[in-house]
Every structure is written in structure tokens, then in C-alpha cells.
Design a protein around this ligand. Structure first.
Ligand code: ZN
Length: 284
């Protein structure tokens, strides 16, 4: 399935998932808290939906299907990951077109690579910036997931943050199955150029280091944890509960190695999981 052919969306890397990023409060020169309406932020309308405060360039009804969906996502994220919900506002700034959005980003975040949407966390605010375009629903599900997760687990590791956001960016009816990533990784498997490696993902420290392979693999680990056995699902949930309290807690890779009933085979199992999803027959 050539889903990623649509990746021509972006010149750099040709990957739609490079269109999203998470920037931590420590990201250089990102003073999002200093961004004001004078910078051209959308302020024509404001809609509140649960934790979301949506600022748009255009009239947006509170009952708009996408608003309801994003509000409902809060419950899905909380239940899947067994995390509490927070009341901390997540601000969504929706620009009416890419020209307005691009001009804003160039002015306020000039060092950023071209992205369709992004999430910024500072000490005081959680904000999403996005242009209204064809893939706005997917982009907002992804970025809003970052907001919901960061509101309760600010120290979530980068790879897991992205893996979770990729999981929840899929339409709800897909139940976390990311067909684009399945197709991409299945292609890699057929080429013999992909081997899951959670240690490698855990070593990533900057969004700019993350390639399409990393996004896809991060999704794959999250899907394997949440959608295969109750034991694995609980392991991820327990890890998130721990990292919420103590960012220095034992890494997930170590727990998978030592706490699952079939230790040592996780990478092979993840590979088999992906192969089954992608209809790839693995050589024995
Ligand atoms: Zn992201």
C-alpha cells in the first residue's frame, strides 16, 4: 500500500509525520509564552470544549464534529493509558490557511523546519498551532494528544510521546491501527532493513532526530503494548504512572526485558506483530 506516496506533501523527507513535532520547554529560543495576539494569533472566535480552548481565524461552532471528536479524545487517551484527566487548558490556535500559518511560524519560530502543525509546552502553557487544511483532523488528533498527555505526564520520553500521538491520530474507528506506518514498516521488513530496537528509540533526545522510521517504530511499539496482551498493556500503563511521579524511573525497555513473562523476545515479537498486520511472511 503506497500510503506514504502522499508524503510528497513535504519536500523535506517526504514524510507526513515530519509535519508534527513536540517541543519541550527547553527547546531553544521558543518563548511561546511570549506569543501574543499582536503576533497574528487567531482570535476571531474562541470555543471551549472540556480541556480545550480553541482560537480560530474563522467562526467555529462548539458542536463542530472535529471539536466533539477532539474533546472525546481526552477520554480515550485517559482510558487507554489509565491516566487521570486534567483541567489544565490546552490551547489550539487554528489558522484559516497555510499562508497565514506559515507567516506566523516564520515570524515567531523562525528556526523551525516546515511543519503542518506543532505542539509547544512551556512552564505555563500547552499550545497547538495548526493551519486549516485537508489533513487538519489527523494533525489535531496528534497534537491534541500531546497536550492531553503532557498535562499529566510532562516528562514522557520523546519516542513514547510520539508513538502515543501517532496511535491516537488515527481515526477512532481504526482503533489505533496506523495503516501508513504498517505499510512503511512492512516495506522495510521486505527489504530486510528494519529491526525493532527500543534502546535506540529511547536514546533519541530531540524531535529533530526523529525520522519517519522512528515515528513508525514508536507507533509500532505502542500498538504492540496496547493491542496484544493485557500484561503488555498494564506494563505501559504502570510505566506511565511511574514516570509521572518520577521522570528518572526505570526505562520501559528494561521493564519489557525483565518484567514480561516472555523476556528477551520483545523485538522479535514486535516484528512478528507488524508482519501480521502488514501481511508479510517472515523467513524463519
Ligand atoms: Zn508529535
Amino acid at each position: 500500500m503506497a500510503v506514504w506516496a502522499g508524503g510528497a506533501l513535504l519536500a523535506a523527507g517526504g514524510c507526513a509525520h515530519l509535519a508534527t513535532t513536540t517541543l519541550s520547554a527547553s527547546a531553544p529560543a521558543v518563548a511561546a509564552s511570549m506569543v501574543t495576539a499582536a503576533d497574528g494569533l487567531p482570535d476571531r472566535s474562541e470555543v471551549t470544549a472540556g480541556q480545550l480552548v480553541i482560537h480560530a481565524d474563522f467562526p467555529l461552532a462548539g458542536q463542530h464534529r472535529l471539536v466533539r471528536e477532539l474533546d472525546g479524545l481526552r477520554t480515550d487517551v485517559s482510558q487507554e493509558l489509565d491516566l487521570p484527566v486534567s483541567d489544565e487548558p490546552v490551547h489550539l490556535y487554528l489558522f484559516e490557511n497555510t499562508d497565514r500559518y506559515d507567516a506566523f511560524v516564520a515570524r515567531r519560530f523562525p528556526s523551525f523546519p516546515a511543519r503542518r502543525a506543532f505542539f509547544v509546552e512551556t512552564d505555563t502553557t500547552l499550545s497547538v498551532f495548526a493551519a486549516w487544511q485537508d489533513r487538519i483532523a489527523e494533525d489535531l488528533r496528534h497534537e491534541t494528544t500531546h497536550g492531553y498527555v503532557h498535562a499529566v505526564v510532562p516528562a514522557v520520553p520523546l519516542w513514547l510521546d510520539e508513538g502515543i500521538a501517532e496511535f491516537f491520530e488515527t481515526p477512532r474507528s481504526d482503533y489505533g491501527l496506523h495503516r501508513g506506518h504498517v505499510a512503511h514498516l512492512a516495506g522495510r521488513l521486505l527489504e530486510g532493513t528494519w529491526q525493532p530496537d527500543l534502546d535506540r528509540l529511547e536514546a533519541l533526545s530531540a524531535a529533530g532526530e526523529m525520522s519517519q522510521d522512528h515515528y513508525a517504530e514508536a507507533w509500532c511499539w505502542v500498538h504492540w503494548l496496547l493491542r496484544t496482551t493485557p500484561e503488555r498493556r498494564t506494563l505501559l500503563q504502570d510505566y506511565l504512572a511511574d514516570v509521572r511521579r518520577d521522570p528518572q524511573c526505570r526505562p520501559l525497555s528494561m521493564r519489557i526485558r525483565h518484567e514480561l513473562s516472555q523476556p528477551g523476545t520483545a523485538a522479535d515479537d514486535v516484528k512478528r506483530h507488524l508482519a501480521a498486520l502488514g501481511g508479510v511472511t517472515l523467513e524463519r
